[in-house]
Design a protein around this ligand. Structure first.
Ligand SMILES: [Zn+2]
Length: 220
């Protein structure tokens, strides 16, 4: 049996393989069956934190979420970093309480996350849209982080060489907000790893089941 495609981070369901769909409006009714939700750092400065955190906790409690995220730190926006970190940590605690993996949004903040990873061993964290260098990748992987690669992989030659050297059991692929097929990213990524698309599908599907157990089977 050929393993299905896994799109570990998208904002729109397409029906192509297993998709972890990020619910952007999680306070309204969630619809995706394999879903993540969280208070994005871009929204930290413009919403009622307690209301958002309570909504996330409720979704976790009712079994409607399979991951918390995307959450994280973005040093390219104006929102106070200590506020971002506080909101992030409260959401990390929710994920820990419910035993869920976390989807990380990280912009110019990899060193902040080394600290977080050190303090939270055993919490599965997937860095979505990873675009760091080889040293950063190595440091994150030393703390058992997983790295998800998206559209930048197609055009960024430095990132391509980072991806080629990242151990296969630590990788995921994603489309995020891009109008791009997950199959296109797989085809390109398999070329970089010099393996077949089917081999890559098997590797990433295995990575999925190791982190999510059989949660993905709620799909469809
Ligand atoms: Zn996203």
């Amino acid at each position: 049996m050929t393993a299905p495609f896994v799109n570990i981070h998208t904002h729109a369901e397409t029906g192509d393989g297993i998709e972890l769909v990020n619910l952007d409006d999680f306070v309204a009714a969630p619809c995706a069956t394999f879903a993540s939700a969280g208070l994005h750092p871009w929204n930290v400065g413009k919403c009622d934190h307690q209301k958002a955190l309570a909504a996330i906790e409720n979704l976790c409690q009712s079994g409607k979420l399979d991951a918390v995220g995307e959450i994280g730190i973005d040093r390219a926006i104006d929102t106070d970093i200590s506020l971002q970190m506080s909101i992030f940590k409260q959401q990390l605690d929710i994920a820990k309480r419910h035993n869920l993996p976390v989807i990380i949004h990280c912009v110019r903040a990899y060193s902040d996350f080394l600290q977080v990873l050190r303090q939270n061993p055993g919490v599965p964290m997937i860095f979505h849209g990873f675009s760091g260098n080889a040293t950063t990748a190595e440091q994150l992987l030393a703390h058992s982080a997983r790295l998800s690669f998206g559209h930048k992989l197609l055009t960024d030659s430095k990132l391509q060489s980072v991806f080629t050297n990242v151990p296969n059991d630590c990788i995921f692929l994603e489309t995020d907000t891009k109008q791009l097929g997950i199959s296109d990213i797989y085809t390109f990524a398999a070329g970089l790893k010099r393996i077949s698309v089917d081999e890559l599908k098997a590797i990433i599907f295995n990575n999925l089941t190791r982190l999510f157990g059989d949660r993905w089977t709620t799909v469809g």
